[in-house]
Design a protein around this ligand. Structure first.
Ligand code: AMP
Length: 432
């Protein structure tokens, strides 16, 4: 594996210097970029496009929200040019979730403006029949989740003999979900002579192993923010008792008046319940989780993307891939289960350098979880409070006088938030 000699690892460097006209793109593509109003390439695009246009394999470390889709889509479109007879699949993109597959398909279709290429998405939860029909009509670019792609390969409804490019998008996520065997089966059925592009937010050993096995001398490019994770996003927390969380949410929504917010809850049932309760006050709320039918999930995402729904209550699994540029607020109503999930959730706002703010509700027992997150993102969350709002349901009843006759302890008064940047004391009942 060779390493890129001058890796574009600084966002500002590349954003300010590169131009789409300097990346070796054709006039058709430049016209499409004009149509979608992309003026300047993002660092990921400025880095990956020229290398991928040469036909090289690329292993790019980049998160969603960095413009990574266009970074692999544009070289694919340039390579394919125009359809071959029968629109046989020549590019295959594997993505971890249905939502991401749909997002990638939409972006490819937008960027394919002016070409006759067809892109379709295939994923579980939708009837096979309609996908088979569309595959039979011909598709030059197929974007799919590994399980469903494998299903089509097994049925012979997807043939890869003309394949020229394979993309593994969010490879770390696909491996996390357990798609490794499926991915390997698919890659083994792809022609050996091909270009492979792999995008991953993290390049842990499992991703490296996959790259070593299935890529040819890839150019390794690191666009990770290097300790500056979620840099443009203001991140705060509230200490709150479990039973006061809903009231805090109402008070927070009233104070913040978010343009668009995702509210994360831990379980599917939790999402349903929260959605119901919020809808009494805010009718423009919707929700999404893995138990909902794909048709409904698609409708929800459409509404949210169009701005018709201002609040979206979601679980991690589906919330993770959501890319909607208008999201101003992230509210972690329930703490994420892992620190990694925190980064994924909060990364849904502040897309493409826009400003965003994230709030995390922390119960007094969850101080350690908060600390773990802070260690991962290398940043302290700032404590927030809503004036006049009591985060504790009731003050503890006065205690019996201790046997030694000392006066009973007063219930602790809420502490003022520590000055920004100062690490609050880590106590079990943090912040109370
Ligand atoms: P991605 O990381 O591919 O999910 O892209 C994040 C968002 O940025 C998507 O909404 C894209 O449409 C948008 N985007 C990608 N590249 C550019 C660009 N060069 N200029 C402006 N917006 C872009």
């Amino acid at each position: 594996m060779s390493t890129e000699t001058t890796p574009p690892n600084s966002t500002s460097d590349h954003a300010s210097t590169a131009k789409f006209t300097e990346l070796g793109l054709s006039d058709v593509t430049l016209a499409a970029l004009k149509k979608v109003a992309y003026e300047t390439p993002s660092p990921v695009q400025a880095g990956i496009i020229p290398i991928a246009l040469k036909g090289r394999d690329v292993l790019g470390q980049a998160r969603t929200g960095t413009g990574k889709t266009a970074a692999f889509a544009l070289p694919i479109l340039e390579r394919l040019g125009e359809p071959i007879r029968g629109h046989k699949p020549r590019a295959l993109v594997l993505a971890p979730t249905r939502e991401l597959a749909v997002q990638v398909r939409d972006e490819v279709q937008r960027l394919a403006h002016g070409r006759k290429l067809r892109a379709i998405a295939v994923y579980g939860g939708k009837p096979l029949k309609s996908q088979i029909d569309r595959l039979q009509k011909g598709a030059d670019i197929v974007i799919g989740t590994p399980g469903r792609v494998l299903d089509h390969l097994g049925r012979g409804t997807l043939l890869l003999d003309q394949l020229e490019v394979v993309v593994l998008d969010e490879a770390d996520r696909m491996l996390d979900i357990g798609f490794r065997p499926d991915i390997e089966k698919i890659l083994r059925r792809c022609p050996r002579e091909r270009q492979t592009l792999l995008l991953s937010a993290t390049v842990a050993p499992p991703v490296e192993r996959l790259a070593r096995r299935y890529m040819t001398d890839p150019e390794v490019m690191d666009f990770s923010p290097k300790g500056k994770t979620l840099d443009t996003i203001e991140q705060r927390y509230f200490t709150v008792e479990d039973i006061r969380k809903f009231d805090l949410l109402m008070a927070l929504l009233q104070r913040e008046e978010p343009a668009q917010a995702i509210i994360f809850a831990r379980t599917k049932r939790g999402v349903d319940k929260l959605h119901r309760k919020i809808s009494h006050k805010y009718p423009e709320v919707t929700c999404i989780h893995g138990d909902m039918q794909q048709r409904v999930r698609d409708r929800v995402m459409k509404e949210f993307r169009a701005g018709d729904a201002k609040l979206l209550v979601a679980t991690d699994v589906v919330g993770r891939g959501i890319d909607v540029s208008g999201i101003s607020h992230i509210i972690n109503y329930d703490m994420p289960q892992s620190s990694d999930d925190y980064v994924h959730r909060v990364g849904r706002t502040g897309r493409m350098g826009r400003e965003g703010i994230a709030f995390t509700f922390v119960t007094p027992e969850q101080g350690n979880e908060l600390t773990r997150i802070e260690m991962l993102i290398n940043k302290l969350l700032v404590r927030d409070e809503i004036e006049g709002f009591q985060a504790v349901a009731q003050a503890a009843p006065p205690q019996e006088a201790p046997a030694d006759g000392a006066a009973p302890e007063e219930p602790a008064a809420p502490k003022p938030p520590p000055p920004p940047g100062q690490r609050p004391r880590r106590r079990h009942r943090r912040g109370l």
